[in-house]
Design a protein. Structure first.
Lengths: 739, 81
């Protein structure tokens, strides 16, 4: 069992409750609220003005000139590393990676940039701080962690999915350890957005009680997660075990949860089953418990349906004290859940007046909702739930003692069975015919911003190309991984400009749901009816190819039979401007490319055409300053060598390479030097010559190009490798094999 | 029917709710099968009408939201209140 044990050895936490785990935990168990009058956002004209802000100014969090979300995360990660006693050395640095959850990216910097631009004193450096792609890189660079990175940008479920993914990668032997968690800073973007949706409570939020809306918070939670072997070798103290997790999609609505709780229950049931447990085994659940009527009703229903036979379950919503910290929420709650397991104390849900307790009794049934005061009891098994915009649900289980979990590894071959794309330079054109062709009605597509439009069309084209029809039978076994560099930046910027112009009370309810990076994946799941795994990773240009790696990881892990792996980025005014500042005029493109990956048995059962086998894949990161590459060559070398060796071949067997050169001399030289060293005279294809630097879409386009070369009988290639780079030193490589 | 008000409302719906202009008539059923608006869109309509005409539609009966015509009628009846 020991080789599958994943343990927590360090905790770091900063939120409105305090500046470290100890302070936050003490406040949480004592029912102290962090919710106060908002100070960092102008709430003039708003019906609500409370929030759960961290009272530490950005410059005191860490010394760098980064977005506040990165600084919060660096602070929490530092505490977690120290708590774990994890010394990063040149020998072990590439075995500890960073996977963080995030919702609003660099929203604080976007606000700052455009507010200053209005006055004519903007700082172009702030543009680098806008994307969520910078987060994990900044943390990795600060501490010299050189393992795999990802930024899980699934809105309010991000901080739970990041932990689940990190644990999966360790179990798969792809890393020894991760700093995993999430971070989000308090922003006018989120405040204006939830205000426009009338989703803010005018008073402190009151989950599972008044349920009058959320209270926003900010913070970061980081866990050091490692293999038991790694923890043992270091002599580290172990907090608890991480067991299984579950990730699902509602396929219902872009902001509201399914009223019947189907998606929530799928995530929770998967987490419980993947942990080798039954619902009756759980002692505590840290609920999503946002305090909106729709969330609380659906979650009540889900919890009652699954756990009514459990006579010892406690459930609490610590958001009643921390506020809703969006992309950090799951990670902050994970830290509190780990503490509950360690200390055998359950933090309460606060906010119940005496008369509310009577109503709670009726609604609670068999479940103890820990109203107002902590509960002391043995906590052997605990779960943390997170549900997000886009209909994403996630749940992860922690255990006090080692516990055998089922090995669901699926070692089948994985094939590319479909490709859908919409990519080009300088722009791609989308017409109503593109929607009509796939039966997408105006009432649906008019909601989408450009980023979501690109993603929806490539996704449905890929499914059609693969000949897959989503049905009640297969919907839960189909998943989505989307990679992006900059997400829906046009919609985010437009929303923010409007808030700067018209005040926080003037936010648009129509556009806000599209400002979350995972909206595109949400729309795709809603339209196509996909109910399985659904993750968006913002990790610079290479995220498009990393999506293939992550999708394949999910399938190996037994979590899906079919995955859509996609890379998507749009042309935006601001990225055009950023690239125009560079002396090297590279050609930008935009678009979305989606590949359908399928297990051998699934593909064979329906007689699918197989374009190529996904034979080996790997990601690597040598953290350098975000926006640069120099000094990260070793990570490209590692990603390529690891992918080749995972495919069970040697570099000499690779027939061709689909490269990432884009016309920037630094990028082109790095590719030429590293790949030239490894592959000698092997032919290298450069698809960006024709499609431009469409960032994550190009990364996925390289994978599509490799698969197509192998499906072509006009050459005798046997293995083709695709490799992609990301700003800050992230790389992915995938080896495809002729069928 | 006040076509000036209708035109302003139509432009607002096209701009704020990304409804294709050529598919939107004054009598198109906004929340029915024609255009398919939902509760989030109604928040945006309320904000848009307030911005354009200073007319509050919060809590107004559902039938007022039926089409551009009914919205215009409501605006006409409540303007300057």
């Amino acid at each position: 069992m020991s080789d599958r044990r994943v343990v927590v050895t360090g905790l770091g936490l900063v939120c409105a409750l305090g500046e470290n785990t100890e302070q936050c935990w003490s406040a949480a168990v004592n029912g102290v609220t962090g919710i106060r009058e908002v100070s960092s956002v102008n709430t003039e004209g708003c019906y609500a003005n409370v929030g759960a802000e961290v009272l530490i100014p950005s410059e005191k969090l860490s010394g760098e000139d980064y977005d506040r979300s990165s600084l919060l995360c660096i602070k929490a990660a530092g505490e977690a590393l120290e708590d774990a006693g994890y010394k990063i050395t040149s020998e072990n640095s590439d075995r500890i990676g960073v996977i963080m959850g995030n919702c609003v990216g660099g929203a604080v910097s976007i606000d700052k940039y455009y507010s200053e631009k209005k006055k004519g004193c903007e700082n172009p450096h702030d543009i680098y701080r806008m994307t969520a792609s910078a987060l994990s890189n900044n943390v990795a660079f600060h501490y010299g962690m050189n393992g795999v990175t990802a930024n899980i940008v699934n809105a309010c479920a991000a901080g739970t999915i990041s932990i689940a993914y990190a644990a999966d990668l360790i179990r798969a032997g792809k890393a020894d350890a991760f700093a995993a968690g999430g971070s989000d800073a308090f922003s006018s973007l989120a405040f204006a957005g939830f205000h426009a949706l009338h989703a803010l409570d005018a008073d402190s939020c009151s989950p599972f009680n008044r349920s009058g809306g959320i209270t926003l918070g900010e913070g970061a939670g980081v866990l050091i997660i490692e293999s038991y072997e790694s923890a043992k070798a270091r002599g580290a103290e172990i907090y608890c075990e991480i067991l299984g997790s579950g990730v699902s999609s509602d396929a219902h609505h872009i902001t509201a949860p399914r009223p019947d709780g189907e998606g929530q229950m799928l995530a929770i049931n998967r987490a419980v089953a993947n942990s080798g447990l039954k619902p009756a085994d759980l002692d505590y659940i840290n609920a999503h418990g946002t305090g909106t009527a729709k969330n609380d009703e659906a979650e009540f229903l889900s919890l009652h349906t699954i756990f009514d036979e459990n006579d010892h379950l406690s459930v609490s919503s610590t958001k009643s004290m921390t506020g809703h910290c969006l992309g950090a929420a799951g990670s902050i709650e994970a830290v509190l859940t780990v503490m509950a397991v360690k200390e055998n104390i359950i933090p309460p849900t606060i906010g119940y007046a005496p008369e509310n307790l009577e109503t709670l009794k009726e609604k609670a049934g068999n479940i103890d909702f820990v109203p107002n005061t902590k509960r002391e009891k043995t906590v052997n098994f605990a779960a943390s739930n997170s549900f997000a915009f886009g209909g994403n649900n996630a749940s992860v289980v922690f255990a006090k003692n080692p516990h055998e979990i089922p090995d669901r590894t699926n070692s089948e071959k994985i094939y590319v069975t479909g490709i859908g794309e919409l990519i080009g330079k300088p722009n791609v054109e989308i017409t109503s015919d593109d929607y009509k062709q796939h039966g997408i009605k105006m009432a649906f597509y008019r909601k989408l911003d450009r980023f979501s439009q690109l993603q929806l069309i490539s996704g449905v084209r890929a499914l059609a190309d693969a000949g897959i029809t989503v049905s009640d039978e297969n919907a839960r076994d189909i998943g989505i991984v989307i990679g992006t560099a900059d997400g829906p930046l046009t919609e985010i910027v437009n929303f923010q400009k409007n808030v700067i112009e018209n005040g926080t009370a003037g936010g648009s309810a129509f556009s806000f749901p599209n400002t979350v990076y995972n909206a595109a994946g949400g729309y795709l799941s809603i339209f196509a009816g996909i109910k399985g795994y659904n993750v968006t990773n913002a990790n610079s240009i290479q995220a498009g190819l990393q999506s293939v790696c992550e999708a394949a990881d999910v399938m190996r892990n037994g979590d899906a039979k079919v995955m859509i792996a996609s890379g998507t980025d749009e042309r935006t005014e601001i990225t055009d401007y950023l690239y125009s500042l560079s002396k090297d005029k590279i050609e930008l493109g935009e678009g979305s490319v989606a590949l359908v990956l399928e297990t051998e048995s699934e593909a064979d059962s329906r007689g699918a055409k197989k374009l190529a086998e996904v034979a080996g894949w790997a990601c690597a990161h040598k953290a350098v300053e975000f926006g640069t590459l120099k000094g990260s060559e070793s990570a490209l070398e590692k990603a390529v060598n690891d992918a080749v060796s995972a495919a069970g071949i040697t570099v000499s067997e690779v027939s061709a390479v689909c490269g990432f050169a884009n016309g920037n001399p630094d990028v082109d030289t790095l590719e030429k030097d590293v790949l030239g060293n490894i592959f000698g005279n092997t032919p290298v294809y450069h698809i960006k010559d024709t499609i431009g630097e469409a960032r994550a879409a190009s990364g996925a386009a390289q994978a599509a190009q490799a698969a197509r070369l192998l499906a072509d009988s006009g050459n005798d290639y046997r293995y083709v490798l695709a490799a992609s780079f990301g700003a800050g030193g992230a790389y992915s490589a995938v080896v495809f094999k002729r069928v | 029917m006040n076509t000036e008000i209708c035109e302003k409302i139509k432009a607002m719906l096209v701009e704020n709710l990304r409804i294709p202009e050529d598919e939107l008539e004054y009598d198109s059923e906004l929340f029915g099968d024609d255009i398919g608006l939902d509760s989030i869109d109604s928040i945006e309509i309320i904000a848009g009408i307030d911005n354009l005409f200073g007319v509050q539609m919060t809590g107004a009966a559902r039938e007022n939201f039926k089409s551009i015509e009914t919205l215009a009628k409501f605006v006409e009846e409540h303007q300057g209140e």
